[in-house]
Design a protein around this ligand. Structure first.
Ligand SMILES: Nc1ncnc2c1ncn2[C@@H]1O[C@H](COP(=O)(O)OP(=O)(O)OP(=O)(O)O)[C@@H](O)[C@H]1O
Ligand SMILES: [Mg+2]
Length: 182
């Protein structure tokens, strides 16, 4: 029964992610200035119980007092997906570090972990819908391969860009170039 229950949770999560994906094109962004340090702080608080469970340290290395124009709810979805991945694909005792650096009109936001990493061959596919690296190895983590697709769509809706750098068995970083718009 516990297995079945877990599976139902997984499927309903997948259905709600798919609903977001299918409605993405119609979404109107509700843009307003948001402080990045505060935003990252609230996401870290959200993930603390899960991170504790896996003995993973969550670190907020953002510059303070950096605000950018964004749809806050959508931005939370970006961070939630990236941090969720970093925790899921990390090892016990690892870390997830979120940093942001303002460079003139661009703010660079980086979510970095020292987890299992992604091989060069898989790296260019990770933003594809339903793509999961090594399905058998990652089955226990129970995702659907929608998260990063959604992240990229939301990033592009804002007119921003995202790239990924990774080394197998060393770690991964997702870098978002945010137009500060202020
Ligand atoms: N931080 C990371 N470290 C290592 N591998 C990663 C990381 N983030 C993503 N991946 C790989 O990229 C794949 C796609 O990620 P994505 O978030 O789209 O899907 P998922 O996490 O498997 O499922 P979902 O997000 O829908 O629950 C993952 O299955 C995983 O193999
Ligand atoms: Mg994911």
């Amino acid at each position: 029964m516990i297995d079945v229950n877990g599976e139902i949770d997984r499927l309903s999560l997948m259905v709600s992610s798919l609903l977001i994906v299918t409605r993405l094109e119609e979404i109107e962004l509700n843009m307003r200035p948001v402080d990045l340090y505060e935003e990252v702080d609230s996401i870290i608080k959200l993930f603390l119980p899960l991170a504790d469970q896996y003995d993973i340290e969550l670190i907020n290395k953002c510059q303070k007092n950096v605000a950018v124009l964004m749809d806050e709810a959508r931005f939370k979805e970006i961070l939630i997906n990236l941090v969720d991945n970093s925790i899921k694909y990390s090892r016990e005792g690892g870390f997830v570090e979120i940093s942001c650096i303002k460079r003139e009109e661009i703010v660079e936001l980086i979510v970095r972990d020292n987890g299992c990493g992604i091989s060069e061959g898989d790296l260019h596919c990770v933003f594809d819908i339903f793509y999961r690296v090594d399905e058998s190895r990652t089955r226990k983590t129970g995702g659907s391969g929608i998260g990063l697709y959604l992240v990229k769509k939301i990033v592009e809706l804002h007119g921003w860009s995202i790239k990924v750098k990774s080394r197998l068995n060393e770690g991964t970083e997702f870098i978002i170039n945010i137009k500060s718009g202020l």
